[in-house]
Ligand binder design. Structure first.
Ligand code: GLU
Ligand code: MG
Length: 458
């Protein structure tokens, strides 16, 4: 970013002030997501937006090593207090916040003080990988499905905010005003809600949104979650996106949906491969499937993630794929007959909402690109709950459980040349340090203690 870029950003922001003020905006917040999945924020009064847009706001370099509990997983060199980065908002997406009157939000990107991109900025990384796909004339459309639970009041203990059955109209009625406010707030923020429903577990809800470019989908995932949290606060409800709120129950997933397009045609449909995949659609999917154990280091980034990732809980903990199979880590979705050209997509089921969505999509892009390059092929799809196949059949078919702990996923990540090359050495070192420090933190903890520690953080 040179001086001319900064000047252009400043004048663009100046041109936005009047319109934002007319919509009641007084303060603007900008966020980045750290390696532990926490959205970190800086904000300015509206009149300072041109300054923020051109020169950014300071953020210490140590944030790359922040753990979920704000502990810094340092390198041992004690260099963390030194140096600074600048967070700069993306002016294409300044959104007045429906559940935080007077506030607007924009996703941020981090730059070095020299004006060069920060090599560890996950949003810029995802943009680069999206461009690598564009070099093959392919665009990706992505979305994150958000599941969460609401709890009554501010207490540490989880007390389901609404009574009523899973998927039940009874729960929708119990939370009628809140549920309406969630949907309308998201729509007012320009998010296209595809559908909303009460989910399976007590107090659990889900929203699905339309697909977008990878970066926009990751931004939307951040915005949807902060909006849901803000709506909850206005209704006296506490929100949890943790993968395991209640150790004995069903968890919250953060399934990632993905389709590839060329010249307006969906490469996940209309092809001559199984389930209608084109050769490129299949290779991309196969690249992802092959690297799922390593991808879990970004998609299931906490020991708490592995409390959710268990058989027969619709979390997709077997490294296999299948048409509409909710127990396969990769669920191929084609929709009703006739809808595949626009609806067909790949759902990565195993991942959860502790993941930094930019890193997650970056990992999926890198894995898929490697699959394209290698012309990878998928194994046979699985059409039952893999847990029902029995050890022998699983072994015969080469279907393995995904890592059952963060340590194993982290080893796979460190050994994966495609992912580590795409992320770069500095970012890999930060991710490894944060994960290792979390593994050590919970080395002696029970499942309940882990779930308690993560329940209200993200
Ligand atoms: N809650 C389940 C999970 O942990 C997913 C349920 C569903 O398939 O929507 O991922
Ligand atoms: Mg669901």
């Amino acid at each position: 970013m040179d001086l001319a870029d900064r000047e252009q950003r400043r004048s663009r922001a100046e041109g936005m002030l009047e319109g934002l003020a007319a919509r009641g905006v007084e303060v603007v917040a900008t966020t980045f997501v750290d390696n532990s999945g926490i959205a970190r924020v800086k904000s300015v009064p509206l009149r300072r937006l041109p300054q923020l847009a051109s020169w950014g706001a300071g953020f210490s370099t140590s944030f790359d090593r922040f753990r979920f509990d704000d502990w810094i997983a340092g390198s041992g060199q004690r260099t963390e207090p030194v140096g600074d980065l600048r967070i700069v908002p993306d002016l294409d997406r300044v959104v007045p916040l429906a559940a935080q009157p007077g506030w607007a939000w924009a996703p941020g990107e981090r730059y070095l003080q020299s004006g060069e991109p920060h090599p560890q900025c996950s949003r810029l990384l995802l943009a680069r990988l999206t461009e690598a796909l564009a070099a093959q004339a392919i665009t990706a459309r992505c979305a994150v499905e958000i599941e969460w639970v609401v709890s009554d009041g501010a207490g540490e203990e989880f007390r389901p905010g609404f009574v009523g059955s899973g998927y039940g109209m009874s729960r929708l009625i119990a939370g009628s005003d809140y549920c309406r406010d969630v949907v309308t707030s998201l729509e007012h923020e320009g998010i296209e809600v595809e559908q909303f429903h009460p989910e399976y577990a007590p107090g659990q809800l889900e929203v699905a949104v339309s697909s977008e470019s990878p970066v926009a989908a990751a931004d939307t995932s951040v915005l949807v979650r902060s909006t849901i949290r803000a709506v909850g606060a206005r209704h006296g409800l506490r929100t949890s996106f943790s993968p395991k709120v209640d150790v004995s129950g069903v968890g919250n997933g953060g399934h990632a949906h993905l389709s590839l397009w060329r010249d307006g045609l969906n490469l996940m449909s209309g092809g001559d491969r199984r389930c209608g995949l084109t050769a490129e659609g299949e290779s991309f999917a196969a690249g992802v499937l092959q690297r799922l154990p390593a991808l879990l280091a970004v998609g299931c980034p906490s020991p708490a993630s592995y409390l959710r990732l268990v058989p027969s809980h619709w979390a997709g903990d077997y490294a296999c794929w299948g048409l509409e199979n909710r127990e396969a880590a990769l669920r191929m979705v084609t929709g009703s007959e006739g809808s595949a050209p626009w609806a067909a997509n790949l759902e990565v089921k195993c991942v959860d909402l502790l993941a930094n969505p930019y890193l997650l999509f970056a990992g999926l892009m890198a894995a898929g690109l490697a699959g394209l390059e290698d012309h990878s092929e998928l194994p046979d799809p699985v059409d039952v709950d893999p847990a029902a196949l029995g050890e022998e059949t699983l072994a015969e078919r080469g279907i393995e459980r995904l890592p059952t702990g963060l340590g194993t996923a982290l080893e796979a990540f460190r050994a994966d040349e495609v992912l580590t090359r795409a992320f770069g050495p500095d970012l890999v070192a930060s991710i490894v340090a944060v994960r290792q420090s979390e593994i050590e933190l919970f080395a002696e903890s029970s499942d309940e203690e882990i779930a308690d520690a993560l329940r209200w953080v993200h």
